[in-house]
Design a binder for this molecule. Structure first.
Ligand code: NAD
Ligand code: MG
Length: 392
């Protein structure tokens, strides 16, 4: 095998599938040495055979048992449980770890990879929301931490080398999700199936629901705060339903830069993996085929999650971890048909209101806050949380 070793965490997910295509398109530049999943070991087994990985990890211990009993992964190293995911994050034969895990479960593997001196291409925004200060500190400046989230990847490329003092603000675009035009009354009756039908992006279930509530953009504000070291009042959000402009940077003299492209996660994954190089390919944008690009302010009343997240970000410390955990539980409860759509932000707000914010001084503090918030949100939702395994 030639090329640089790459570990892909969350290989069975939507980001995982796009990353495998990018690696294949890049020829012998990378080779995949490690792959992880939560439960879908049969799919992981197929991907491991296709990519020739040396090691895998199955994060769910029951799924790991099932895989071993079935004789899967007989010829390669197969790690078990959340600890097994950390083994992969630190794998000696990898220089880069791409984290496509969904949820706060991605925090500790992100820290483990950075502490083992890996480059980290980070799709798992929740790691930065929950533990942004620790992650940024572990990354230690430079370009070892590379955002994959499309808006952040765009802004990261636009900011390249610009002196901090020259930037006035950054702008994250939001598609507005499938319910952009719906009334408050209609929002009470939307179904999981309707919420899962995203107008422009094809993604995993959790982020798709987050896009419908705008919690996703809220998480992204906090993600941007940590990645770019900007105060919250310098991070704006604009609704742009066509999802062609991914992010913008406005300089102090009013110059506005934007990054444009079709909504396709392979582009930010490619940029994150190959940075600072530019690898030639056939991707091009036919400007004459783009429908009109429109921009509008988000509606804070119908989509309160955005403001709740921004406030949690401003409060800092353990507040974003609590917001994120309550949101993960509420999204699962909505997908299971247990709560109505507007209860997702309502539960987040309620749980945050009950929380005593502490400084985010250690992983333990953050994981305790996460656990506490999951319990409170589960009570509020009348629902016991388990990791979302839709693409598991
Ligand atoms: P997904 O649900 O399709 O896949 C999630 C992956 O994580 C799966 O491989 C699953 O097995 C694994 N996983 C889930 N829970 C886990 C746990 N507790 N421990 C270990 N592994 C676990 O999700 P996705 O849409 O690919 O999103 C992944 C991350 O990337 C999320 O943080 C999301 O916000 C972010 N992101 C995704 C997109 C996208 O287009 N899908 C775009 C931007 C950012
Ligand atoms: Mg995004």
């Amino acid at each position: 095998m030639s090329g640089e070793g790459l570990v892909l965490l969350g290989a069975t997910g939507s980001i995982g599938a796009s990353a495998i295509e990018v690696v294949r398109d890049l020829g012998d530049r990378f080779h995949i040495v490690g792959l992880s999943c939560l439960r879908r070991w049969r799919e992981l087994d197929r991907i491991a055979t296709e990519t020739g990985a040396e090691a895998v990890a199955v994060a769910d211990p029951d799924a790991w048992q099932e895989a071993r009993a079935a004789g899967a992964f007989a010829d390669i190293v197969c790690h078990q449980g959340p600890e097994g995911v950390l083994e992969l994050a630190r794998m000696a034969s990898a220089a880069t770890v791409l984290n496509g895990i969904v949820g706060a479960a991605g925090l500790v593997p992100t820290l483990a990879a950075l502490e083992a001196d890996k480059r980290v291409a980070l799709a798992n925004k929740e790691a930065l929301v929950v533990g942004g200060e620790l992650v940024v500190r572990a990354a230690g400046g430079g370009d070892r931490l590379r955002p994959v989230d499309s808006e952040h990847n765009a802004i990261w490329q636009l900011l390249d080398g610009r002196p901090e003092g020259s930037v006035r603000r950054i702008v994250l675009t939001a598609s507005g999700g499938p319910f952009r035009g719906l009334s408050t009354e209609r929002l009470r009756r939307v179904t999981p199936a309707e919420a899962l039908a995203h107008p422009t992006w094809s993604m995993g279930a959790k982020i798709t629901i987050d896009s419908a509530t705008l919690a996703n953009k809220g998480l992204e504000i906090i993600e941007a705060h940590h990645l770019f070291g900007l105060d919250y009042d310098r991070i704006d959000v604009v609704v742009h339903p066509q999802s062609i402009v991914h992010g913008m940077v406005e300089l102090v003299d009013g110059t506005l830069f934007a990054e444009l492209g079709k909504p396709d996660m392979r582009a930010p994954i490619r940029a994150a993996l190959t940075w600072p190089e530019r690898v030639a390919n056939r991707v091009t944008t036919d400007l004459t085929r783009l429908s009109g690009l429109t921009f509008e302010a988000p509606d804070a009343e119908r989509f309160p999650a955005l403001g709740i997240a921004r406030d949690a970000g401003r409060a800092g410390g353990t507040a974003p971890a609590v917001f994120n955990a309550a949101n993960e539980v509420a999204v699962s409860a909505f997908l299971a048909g247990r709560i109505a759509f507007p209860q997702i932000p309502a539960i987040c707000e309620r749980v945050l209101g009950e929380h005593d914010v502490r400084p985010a001084d250690s992983v333990e503090t953050l994981l305790n806050a996460d656990r506490w918030a999951r319990e409170r949100a589960s009570e509020r939702a009348g629902f016991e949380w388990t990791p979302i395994g839709t693409r598991g």
